[in-house]
Design a protein around this ligand. Structure first.
Ligand SMILES: [Zn+2]
Length: 476
């Protein structure tokens, strides 16, 4: 049997209790895939005299970061869709409709590489399942909550749909997407030694029929899977639901029995504080994508109201075409800043709170609170070491005020992550990914993105892209 690993010498933030769970001169002991013990280094050395040491001197040691909502194929479209109105129609769709399977998979790998190196250990990915998608996570060694997208938009999606009309939803298309998601779930839920979990993903209450939502809820209850769904994600969704059912999204979901602890509600962009509180009180959880919703919509979603009503909020990076990065350090900082600005109050969303959203509370929101998000005996050994010996994180002070957590949230970029461990296995060492070939991943992404750009440019529809004006004006 391999020896336990003793991680010592670092500043240990366990995220246990109601704060950040700092242990002075603390150490973590990992045996196999689990954390065996956490406590003062002297105690750990006595308890585990026969160990291999991992020296974390000069580092912060904390649980791996949780990114609860991402669309990883879109990493291939980084930077082609932002700073515009009608983001989906006028910026993203002209590209995304030409996304091939190879391009999508290159995006997935690029995204996993980017986020892993920035300390993300749990990936809440939401997309059309393509061959190689789940395998990428299994092979990379990370933890993933995979949600195959379910929608009932006929082939061609919203092409041909006119603003102000109802989308043409199709019963059979939705049924097939549900069947496909269930097959995917049966294949992958609990796979890779339990590192992979599956959720059901209606793309939005406006993008499937009510009967699809009811069927998804029945399956979720039968299989014990959560429902991961965009909720109140835009005025377009609200208009569609008003036209179809005479309800806004939260009312509709309450009406048909979807508002409960099984729901992971993403965005709530258009939800009022009252609606957010209602969703929180139902036991449902929220994913807040501050960067993406800021860039795409210019909105700060009502996470503060959600939390005040007792709800759990996880952070998500959404997509690189309209957030431009998938990095939870970025999300922590933006979340704290945007909420301070929204409420004109510097005490809102302090650093320790957003760090909890990115770790312990994010894990709980994903239903993984008994496995990850905290450093405690019996938990999975998902943790990161962040090198504090960088100009932007120096100096390090322990008293009278410990400055590490504020600096991690407001000054770190994620590039300071030195070591990443998932289920006891080191996946990033000295900043280098061990399970993904970074050069090959980036090269393939470049090739696929160029080919995709050629296909887009040949499509006459691309002329409707809002950013062409910025190109002509010399702004890009
Ligand atoms: Zn999304």
């Amino acid at each position: 049997m391999t020896k336990p690993i003793l991680i010592h010498g670092g500043h240990l933030f366990t995220m246990q209790g109601s704060g950040v769970g700092y242990i002075e001169d603390g150490a973590v002991v990992v045996t196999g895939s689990e954390i065996a013990a956490v406590g003062p280094e002297t105690d750990m050395r006595l308890q585990f005299p026969n160990h291999q040491a991992l020296d974390a001197t000069g580092c912060a040691v904390l649980p791996g970061l949780i990114d609860a909502h991402m669309h990883t194929p879109l990493a291939i479209l980084r930077g082609v869709a932002q700073d515009v109105a009608h983001w989906m129609q006028k910026a993203l769709a002209p590209y995304s409709r030409h996304l091939s399977r190879d391009a999508a998979l290159a995006g997935v790998k690029l995204n996993v590489l980017e986020a892993l190196r920035a300390g993300t250990t749990t990936f809440g990915d939401y997309t059309n399942p393509i061959p190689g998608w789940a395998e990428t996570y299994a092979d990379a060694g990370v933890r993933a909550v995979l949600t195959p997208t379910i929608n009932a938009l006929p082939p061609g999606g919203m092409a041909g749909w006119l603003l102000g009309d109802l989308y043409p939803l199709d019963k059979e298309t939705g049924d097939q997407a549900i069947d496909k998601a269930v097959r995917f779930g049966r294949d992958w839920h609990g796979a890779a030694d339990g590192r992979i979990q599956v959720m059901l993903g209606p793309q939005g209450a406006d993008m499937v029929l009510r009967e699809h939502l009811l069927e998804i809820k029945r399956i979720a209850e039968r299989e014990g899977w959560m429902i991961h769904m965009h909720v109140a994600q835009g005025d377009r969704e609200m208009e569609q639901l008003q036209m179809r059912y005479g309800h806004r999204t939260p009312e509709l979901l309450a009406d048909i029995g979807l508002l409960d602890a099984q729901l992971l509600a993403v965005h709530l962009t258009e939800a009022s504080d009252v609606e957010a509180a209602r969703i929180a009180r139902s036991g449902a959880h929220m994913v807040l994508c501050s960067g993406s919703i800021g860039i795409i919509d210019g909105v700060v979603p009502p996470a503060q109201a959600f939390r005040e009503a007792g709800g759990l909020v996880a952070l998500g990076s959404d997509q690189a075409s309209g957030n431009n990065c998938n990095n939870i350090f970025n999300e922590m900082k933006l979340t704290a800043l945007f909420n301070k600005i929204r409420y004109r109050d510097p005490t809102r969303m302090p650093a320790w709170e957003v760090l909890r959203m990115a770790t312990v509370e994010g894990a709980q929101a994903l239903g993984l609170g008994d496995r990850v998000g905290r450093l405690a005996p019996g938990m999975q050994a998902d943790l990161i070491l962040v090198d504090l010996g960088q100009p932007n994180l120096s100096p390090v002070l322990a008293s009278p005020v410990r400055n590490i957590v504020p600096n991690l949230v407001y000054a770190a970029s994620g590039h300071e992550v030195r070591t990443v461990m998932v289920a006891g296995r080191i996946l990033v060492d000295d900043g280098e990914a061990l399970t993904l070939n970074a050069d090959a991943v980036m090269q393939e992404a470049q090739v696929q993105a160029r080919e995709l750009a050629v296909r887009v440019a040949k499509d006459p529809d691309h002329r409707q892209m809002a950013l062409l004006d910025a190109m002509r004006a010399g702004q890009l």
